[in-house]
Design a protein around this ligand. Structure first.
Ligand code: RP5
Length: 167
């Protein structure tokens, strides 16, 4: 079995819809990943055991997301030297502002690189970009991806120009 380079950890299996796009993106970029529901509050022991072993198993980047009192990414960051990307999960309270602040407001010395609320996809891209620093093949895939993004916007702009009245 391929050793995972990225660990996707979520506070509850109810967070999976946010991480499905992340898992899909990593698969498309050919990045092996692990995925687990492990909670900073409900399963602190198993979480810390996982984090302690992850680097030895080949994990280089953590993606972690929780909702509400979202301490998961911060607790992982406290226990590893690997980069941790935080994904605040959308909640009923202000659309996830609680999750965002709990994830992003880390004390000096323990950073969590936090993406937008609910944006598991961007977390996967950022993880791939970190791994690409030492992986030319992955760097090429990301460059092609970015060209695709640009091509899409330029096409949409051409269509917009064509539709514009009074030219
Ligand atoms: C958080 O509480 C989880 O990350 C999830 O976003 C939220 C609700 O969890 P469940 O009650 O659905 O398991 O810890």
């Amino acid at each position: 079995m391929t050793r995972p380079l990225v660990a996707i950890l979520m506070g509850s299996d109810s967070d999976w819809p946010t991480f499905e796009a992340a898992a899909q993106a990593l698969t498309e970029f050919g990045v092996a990943y692990d995925v687990h529901a492990l909670s900073a509050h409900r399963t602190p022991g198993p979480l810390l055991r996982y984090v302690a072993q992850a680097l030895r198993r080949g994990v280089q980047v953590f993606i972690a997301g929780a909702g509400g009192a979202a301490h998961l990414a911060g607790v992982i960051a406290a226990h590893t030297t690997a980069p941790v990307i935080g994904v605040p999960i959308e909640t009923k309270l202000s659309g996830g502002l609680d999750s965002l602040l709990s994830t992003v407001q880390m004390p000096r010395g323990v950073p969590v690189a936090t993406v937008a609320v609910g944006n598991g996809y961007n977390a996967a891209l950022l993880a791939a970009q970190i791994l690409a620093l030492n992986n030319p093949g992955l760097r090429r895939k990301l460059a092609v991806f970015k060209q695709g993004l640009a091509a899409k916007v330029l096409k949409a702009d051409r269509q917009l120009q064509a539709k514009r009245p009074n030219r």
